[in-house]
Design a protein around this ligand. Structure first.
Ligand code: RIB
Length: 296
């Protein structure tokens, strides 16, 4: 299995479950409050690790109770946290999440994630040398993402970017990215084109964009520009938080297979991930993934 280097965010998810999403100005009574480990970076690291990859992470937590707890949980998963820095005097990133009917809405306060700097990337150069590939998202400063892409290029390692939350990307970063994994909405922000233009966008970038589309699965264009579709696997969802992260973690874990097979494995892993509460709660092990695929 691959050695994956994840550069990204680490959050504590503060989750309320409610019968519906509140309208602006409305107060609702919810059913339950829970805290779960989260952050797109940490989630993707855990997803790849559970599927059998060796995973190291570069990130930043605050010098508070959430930071200590999250660091301990990453270590318990078997993730190499030598390059997760603790920034004293800053709060650990948190995400306020409302879950209703398995859908979610999320507000992230980055806290220490925004203290992750290009200097942290340089300090972790040995991790780039050791990795087979580098996986990154956009919950850390863009200049840090760019520094990671440059160092990946210097070490000749594929750089996979999950552009979430989406923002327009500098040309240099695009050029250094082997595969970008937006959902439909994120793709429209990256391309500054309406959502409806996604097929054209995929065809213009063969084998460079793998787009997720929720219950419609995943799409990409092959080297001939033809669109390929992987259907989603049908499950009963409990909580869709972290489904995209599981998809990306699986891609990284299985990187090296062809794109159609990667899309199949990643869709299966993300289907399993939504069957339990919390971003990381349902992320499957390799055995669980194999059993699920074997039963289809
Ligand atoms: O992708 C889901 C994640 O987004 C949550 O765990 C939350 O922390 C936010 O970063």
């Amino acid at each position: 299995m691959n050695k994956v280097l994840v550069v990204g965010s680490i959050n504590m998810d503060l989750v309320v479950e409610a019968g519906k999403f509140p309208a602006p100005g409305e107060t609702l009574l919810g059913q339950r409050f829970s805290t779960f480990p989260g952050g797109k970076g940490a989630n993707q690291a855990v997803a790849a690790r559970r599927l059998g990859a060796r995973v190291a992470m570069i990130g930043c937590v605050g010098g508070d109770a959430f930071g200590r707890e999250l660091l301990g949980l990453l270590e318990k998963e078997g993730i190499d946290t030598r390059f997760v820095r603790t920034a004293e005097g800053i709060s650990t990133g948190v995400a306020a999440i409302t879950v209703s009917q398995a859908e979610n809405s999320i507000v992230v306060v980055p806290g220490a994630n925004h203290a992750l700097s290009p200097a942290d990337i340089q300090a972790a150069e040995s991790a780039f040398a050791e990795a087979d590939l580098v996986l990154c998202q956009l919950e850390i400063p863009l200049e840090t993402v760019e520094a990671a892409a440059m160092l990946a290029e210097r070490h000749d390692k594929p750089f996979i970017l999950n552009p979430a939350p989406a923002m327009p990307l500098p040309e240099g970063l695009r050029a250094r990215t082997a595969l970008v994994t937006p959902n439909e909405h994120e793709l429209s922000i990256l391309s500054s084109l309406p959502d409806s233009q996604w097929q054209r966008q995929l065809a213009l970038h063969p084998e460079r964009i793998l787009m997720t589309r929720g219950s419609d699965g995943a799409w990409f264009a092959g080297s001939d520009g033809e669109l390929h579709h992987q259907s989603a696997f049908k499950v009963t969802p409990v909580d869709t938080t972290g489904a995209g992260d599981t998809f990306n973690g699986a891609l990284a874990a299985f990187w090296g297979r062809d794109l159609a097979e990667l899309a199949r494995l990643a869709c299966a892993a993300s289907a399993l991930s939504v069957t339990r509460a919390g971003a990381q709660g349902g992320m499957p092990t390799r055995e669980e993934l194999d059993a699920f695929l074997g039963s289809r």
